[in-house]
Design a protein around this ligand. Structure first.
Ligand code: 3HC
Length: 278
């Protein structure tokens, strides 16, 4: 299968990796061909690190990368599956999907890796059918895919997406459309609450994370987790939860907004509540 992945950041690169690992051609798209090429190089470098650690053979890494390709926009016309993982903004996603709708073959399936937005609204006006296919960070390590049915997503497409998720080594759960679906509706307010506890001076960032790791057996505490997800992503999901429900329990902590404005997004920017600069 030829899979065109739009958005080559943390999620898009991870999604390209898992599809290519299972024999599919993963076409990486970013804001420009040069930018997609840079993301492809980063992916190759991360596989090389796995090779160096003895977690993967050089042959497997080379074989995988031979199926990760960077193409011009028009080459997506030939894709069997398009997965969008661009900015978590409905207007941006709709603009891209509209352009793809005009060029992609009729049988192409559209999927969105949105972390919180409405699949129904995203599909509105498209000739192609759209389903939610929500991966988790880091994509190669996280087993879950939330398969999200919008109001007009056919049952056969949901079934196809479930089977495809299994085929690429993931465990799917089918969820109905709702802001944040299942995981982010629970997990993102958890990160927000971690920031509230910090802001109230209850404990230091380090101790909040140690408390949740050792007291609740979580693999990482809420502040490190937000650093992994990216505070810009956490903020946009909190804002969607708040605006869609009108419920004040989903109000983003002002410290998160300040962090985002300061460019302290977490691991990807080198600094969040913890420092990742080498
Ligand atoms: N490529 C391939 N494999 C990877 C990888 C990558 N980029 N990153 C990690 N892995 C693999 C490791 O190689 C290892 O498997 P192996 O031993 O078979 O090779 C396994 O994952 C565990 O990794 P590590 O031993 O390096 O590290 P840890 O044991 O500390 O685990 C973690 C790291 C998996 C990130 C763990 O801390 C964790 O599960 N954290 C929680 C992550 C989480 O909750 N993610 C969800 C965020 S919400 C989200 O993504 C939704 C979005 O919409 C916002």
């Amino acid at each position: 299968m030829k899979v065109a992945i739009f958005g080559a950041g943390t999620m898009g690169s991870g999604i390209a990796q898992v599809f290519a690992a299972k024999g599919h051609v993963a076409m990486m798209y970013a804001s420009s061909v040069a930018s997609a090429q840079r993301h492809r190089d980063k992916l190759a470098a991360s596989l090389n690190k796995r090779v160096a650690k003895g977690k993967m053979t050089q042959e497997a890494a080379d074989d995988l990368m031979s199926r990760v390709v960077v193409e011009e926009f028009d080459a997506a016309a030939d894709a069997d599956l398009v997965i969008e993982c661009v900015a978590e903004n409905m207007a941006v996603k709709k603009e891209l999907l509209g352009r793809l709708d005009a060029i992609c073959k009729e049988s192409a399936i559209f999927a969105s890796n949105t972390s919180s937005l409405s699949i129904t609204e995203m599909a509105n006006g498209l000739n192609h059918q759209l389903v939610g296919m929500h991966f988790f960070n880091p994509v190669p390590a996280m087993k879950l895919v939330e398969v999200i049915a919008g109001a007009n997503t056919p049952a056969e497409l949901v079934e196809f997406t479930k089977n495809l998720s299994i085929e690429i080594g993931k465990t799917p759960v089918v969820v109905n459309e709702a802001p944040g679906f299942v995981v982010n509706k629970i997990l993102v307010p958890y990160c927000n609450e971690g920031v509230c506890v910090l802001q109230e001076g209850v404990a230091s960032a380090e101790d909040i994370d140690i408390a949740m790791q050792l007291g609740a057996n979580h693999p990482m505490g809420p502040l490190h987790l937000g650093d992994l997800i990216g505070w810009d992503v956490v903020l946009s999901i909190m804002d969607v939860l708040y605006h869609e429900t009108g419920d004040s329990k989903y109000r983003a902590n002002v410290l998160i907004r300040k962090m985002v404005r300061a460019g302290k997004l977490g691991i990807k920017s080198g600094e969040g509540f913890f420092n990742y600069k080498k």
